[in-house]
Design a protein around this ligand. Structure first.
Ligand code: HEM
Length: 316
């Protein structure tokens, strides 16, 4: 082989090797199989115990992982308590399930001290919550470390209930997620509830009701959300708030989406096709797991810029 070619080949081999190493520094399935083989089962049994006592924790934990990943990456920054943190910022004020994560962490510290990150607990708890609600399982790559910073003002990267499709798409693409990821992950609203304040203007607007809502449904929603009861909560997927099914998507073509951000996924031509794709449960379940893995890899920290927290609510 000519020396020029040999050099090229060597460079190629080096690049491939580098690629493997870089990938190896990221998350991988079974990261704790040697260092804490019980890690995943401890998280699962803890989540199971809490969800059995209060089914609404499943939705809380799914949402918590999403809110963690969208701000500074999936680094458990959402769990840090204190004023000025993400946790105390507006979009996170109604997050639920912190005690479930703390409980799992306590058990993990007893079994394998200093090994399992809070960011990984969140990713595993989100998966377990979906499975406990009747969704299909997926394998969760682990090996995330916990960040040392949490800044409340950074929560503006989270999508809001009045965001149009353009804005929602931009917020997802800023995190490396595409339109398909957006629609399938919005399907997380198949479980859980929202406070009335996030859509009250759609049913009591000064300019009348939002024309994209089914008029029959407006009266149902007015009963569920009487005026001036902003903190009352209603299901995001009417009639099926604890079941991880596809009725969230089935409601959209009928004008029965709750948040404006849900309903526009049907009214906008660029997302409507995905809503139709997710009416049957197999594509929804399979794509949901795939997009959760993608979301779970946003901005993960694995190096010296991060740590394994001892308590999830505070940096070491
Ligand atoms: C696409 C843009 C999204 C918007 C605009 C949005 C907005 C919201 C809002 C306003 C609430 C009610 C919050 C409250 O009452 O305080 C909510 C709840 C919820 N969201 Fe989203 N969300 C989005 C995407 C997602 C994603 C990607 C997931 C997970 C994969 C998710 C999971 C949930 C869950 C499970 C709840 C119910 C929480 C509970 O019952 O405690 N959301 N969302």
């Amino acid at each position: 082989m000519e020396s020029g070619n040999r050099k090229l080949l060597l460079e190629f081999v080096l690049l491939v090797a580098l690629g493997v190493v870089v990938h190896g520094q990221g998350t991988r399935v079974g990261f704790y199989s040697k260092t804490c083989p019980q890690a995943e089962s401890i998280v699962r049994s803890t989540v199971e115990w809490h969800v059995r006592s209060d089914k609404s924790f499943a939705a809380g934990l799914l949402r918590m992982h999403f809110h963690d990943c969208f701000v500074r990456g999936c680094d458990a920054s959402v769990l840090i308590a204190g004023s000025g943190t993400e946790r105390s910022a507006g979009p996170n004020r109604n997050l639920r399930g912190f005690e479930v994560i703390d409980d799992a962490k306590e058990k993990l510290e007893a079994a394998c001290p200093g090994v399992v990150s809070c960011a990984d607990i969140l990713a595993l708890a989100a998966r377990d919550s979906v499975v406990l609600s009747g969704g299909l399982s997926w394998v969760v790559p682990t090996g995330r470390k916990d960040g040392r910073f949490s800044i409340g003002t950074e929560t503006t990267s989270l999508p809001g209930p009045n965001d149009n499709v353009e804005v929602q798409k931009n917020k997802f693409s800023d995190k490396g997620l595409n339109t398909k990821d957006l629609v399938v992950l919005a399907g997380g609203h198949t479980i859980g509830t929202t406070a009335c304040q996030f859509f009250a203007d759609r049913i009591y607007g000064s300019n009348g009701t939002d024309p994209s809502i089914d008029p029959l449904f407006v009266s149902t929603l007015r009963q569920l959300c009487p005026q001036n009861q902003p903190t009352k909560r209603v299901a995001l997927d009417t009639g099926s708030q604890f079941r991880f099914d596809t009725s969230y998507f089935a409601h959209l073509p009928r004008g029965r989406g709750i948040l404006r951000s849900d309903q526009v996924l049907w009214t906008d031509a660029s997302t409507r096709g995905f809503v139709l794709r997710y009416l049957p449960s197999t594509p929804f379940n399979l794509d949901f797991g795939n997009s959760m893995v993608k979301m779970g890899n946003i901005g993960i920290k694995t190096g010296a810029d991060a740590e394994i927290r001892t308590k999830c609510s505070a940096v070491n």
